[in-house]
Structures are given as structure tokens and as C-alpha cells.
Design a binder for this molecule. Structure first.
Ligand SMILES: Cc1cc2nc3c(=O)[nH]c(=O)nc-3n(C[C@H](O)[C@H](O)[C@H](O)COP(=O)(O)O)c2cc1C
Length: 180
């Protein structure tokens, strides 16, 4: 009981990793959880590129860091990156999105990222979802067509950070029952 809650409590954004390589079977199980993730009208508007090659990894990591803002320098340490691309949705998702003025693929990709990071925690791995990157650099490094958006890069690896206390808004601020 409460195993899912415990899993969620054990996930955090890890910003330091050990050199230890990640077993391929673990990566494959994580990918299977994202393959099974839900999406609006089952459009599955995504593609995931797993990057483990050291040279490519360094180039992708450099594309996530920003010297001026001093951001994401730890990306270089992670032995695995999962690059999350947005693909075209299907007719019904696009139609539903047009009518309701919502871009469902962005929601779908957020759910996919949650699946990946929680599955990583379940495998005893650390992860960090990276939203900022030089998209053109990543596209060039991984031969991604220019019209495909790089929405997220998820770092995976064995964390060298202890579990931190979560900083979150209190329940009563984010949840109400029966009315706003
Ligand atoms: C869409 C998205 C983009 C994010 N981008 C970054 C990022 O570029 N760099 C970073 O260090 N963390 C990034 N994070 C991680 C958040 O900062 C983190 O989830 C939040 O502070 C809560 O901390 P926790 O994940 O450790 O619980 C991102 C998270 C999400 C969901």
C-alpha cells in the first residue's frame, strides 16, 4: 500500500551524478513506461532519442547550459539523456485542441516526462527534467529535422545527491473541494 506515494516522494531533480553507467535494461523499462503513457486522443505526439554516446552527450549537455545565467552545468555529468521531441498529433487531437483552444501535445509531453522521471526513480535512478536548451544545437547534434521541436531533455543516472525535503505549496492553497 502507498507504494506509488513513496515512489513520488523518492523522486527529485538530481543535479549531480556518479560516473556509473546505467544498465540498458533499466533504460528500456523506463522507455516502456513512456510508450504506455496516455495522450489526448491517443495521438502519442512524441519521439524520444536516447543519447549515451559520450561525444554527443557532451554536445547536448552544452546546449542545455547557459554561462550567463549559470544554468544546468551539471548536465554534463549525467550518463544518459532522453531528448523529448514533439511530433504531429492526429486529426482528433488537433480538432479537439482547436475547438477547446488547448495544445494537447504539450500536456501529453508533460505526462510523458512524469512517466520517465518516476520510472527512473523506481529503477533506483536519479533524473532531472531540463526545459531550457539551445534547440538548434541539439537538432544539429542529433540530426533532428528543423521542424521538430525539442521540448525537454531528461537526464538519467545514478544520483550522488541525498534526498532533499520537498518545497511545495500547502495542500489548502492548491486544492479545494466542491467549489473554487
Ligand atoms: C518543464 C520543466 C522544466 C525544468 N527545467 C529545469 C532546468 O532547466 N534546470 C533544472 O535544474 N531543473 C529544471 N526543472 C526541475 C524543476 O526545477 C524541479 O522539478 C522543481 O524545482 C521541483 O523540485 P524537485 O523536482 O526536486 O522536486 C524543470 C522541471 C520541469 C517540470
Amino acid at each position: 500500500m502507498n507504494t506509488y506515494l513513496k515512489l513520488v516522494q523518492s523522486r527529485q531533480s538530481d543535479r549531480a551524478y556518479l560516473d556509473t553507467p546505467v544498465e540498458r535494461e533499466k533504460i528500456e523499462r523506463i522507455l516502456e513506461t513512456v510508450r504506455l503513457a496516455p495522450s489526448a486522443c491517443n495521438a502519442q505526439p512524441w519521439k524520444f532519442i536516447v543519447v549515451t554516446d559520450p561525444e554527443k552527450r557532451m554536445q547536448v549537455a552544452e546546449a542545455t547550459s547557459n554561462k550567463v545565467l549559470s544554468m544546468n552545468h551539471f548536465s554534463r555529468q549525467a550518463p544518459v539523456q532522453v531528448v523529448v521531441l514533439e511530433e504531429s498529433a492526429n486529426f482528433t487531437s488537433n480538432l479537439g485542441g482547436w475547438i477547446s483552444k488547448k495544445h494537447y501535445p504539450h500536456i501529453d509531453l508533460g505526462i510523458a516526462a512524469a512517466h520517465i522521471s518516476l520510472a527512473a526513480a523506481d529503477e533506483g535512478l536519479g533524473s532531472c527534467i531540463i526545459g531550457w536548451c539551445d534547440e538548434k544545437k541539439v537538432q544539429k547534434t542529433l540530426d533532428i529535422p528543423k521542424n521538430k521541436r525539442v521540448m525537454l531533455i531528461i537526464l538519467l543516472g545514478y544520483s550522488s545527491q541525498p534526498l532533499r525535503e520537498k518545497k511545495r505549496k500547502p495542500m489548502q492553497e492548491i486544492v479545494s473541494w466542491e467549489k473554487y
